[in-house]
Design a protein around this ligand. Structure first.
Ligand SMILES: [Mg+2]
Length: 238
């Protein structure tokens, strides 16, 4: 029986910097154009799916080279390793729910936390198709405007855990961006990285959340909830 589940975004949440933004800004059409394309997502003239494809299509560096570059430049959140260790010892599954690409996530996690551990984390995200000429493109996991509808994935997991147990687990969600908002609505406690878009969107839409600076904060809060020292409601008052 599982008493809690930690759903987490990957880029900018488990890692300090977004790997797809890094590739676009340094190998693709650059930060200025990226922000301009994403203005269209915010004002509703383009979908996240199309904007994300545009930015990735501007990268012509072969995929294995992209992986090497990311390994050198992307760091893990300083508290993630301990959170992962604790989650494995305490039977609290971590599920990575990402709008990014699975081979990048797997590669980064393998180099940052080691192969043993990552086999114990579920990763749900998009895939990559590598062509014969070295070009590559993202393959979205579903047909919707987000490419990966995170709330659908979370629903599927919730049904699975609730079928296995008589008591409903406590669901935590950790994120930093706009794609995390709909995902987080179905969870009991949302952690939003301080200073990032998700905080702004939560305030705008009156969604309760708890700010975090690193997974150290997240783990401390989760322990408080599971030991009964604090309620989810108390923590969401920040
Ligand atoms: Mg993110």
């Amino acid at each position: 029986m599982v008493k809690a589940v930690i759903f987490t975004d990957f880029d900018g949440t488990v890692t300090q910097e977004d790997s797809n933004d890094y590739l676009t800004d340094n190998l693709g059409f650059g930060k200025e154009k990226r922000l301009k394309v994403f203005d269209g997502v915010i004002d509703g003239t383009t979908t996240f799916r199309d904007a994300f494809s545009q930015m990735l299509d501007s990268i012509h560096t072969p995929f294995p080279e992209c992986l090497d570059i990311l390994t050198k430049h992307i760091d893990l959140d300083p508290g993630f390793k301990d959170t992962l260790k604790w989650s494995l010892e305490n039977n609290v599954p971590i599920v990575v729910v990402s709008s990014g690409m699975r081979p990048i996530i797997k590669h980064l996690l393998t180099s940052l936390v080691g192969e043993d551990s990552i086999n114990k984390i579920d990763i749900v995200s998009n895939e990559v198709d590598i062509h014969k000429d070295g070009e590559w493109n993202i393959v979205y996991i579903d047909d919707g405007p987000f490419g990966h509808d995170k709330s659908k994935t979370i629903d599927r997991y919730k049904r699975k855990y609730e079928a296995e147990s008589s008591e409903k687990p406590i669901y935590f969600y950790c994120g930093d961006g706009v794609s995390d908002l709909s995902a987080a609505k179905d969870c009991d406690l949302l952690f939003a990285r301080r200073g990032k878009d998700l905080v702004r969107y939560c305030k705008k839409q009156d969604v309760p959340f708890r700010e975090f600076d690193s997974f150290e904060d997240i783990l401390a809060s989760i322990k408080q909830v599971l030991s009964g020292k604090k309620t989810v409601k108390e923590l969401m008052e920040n």
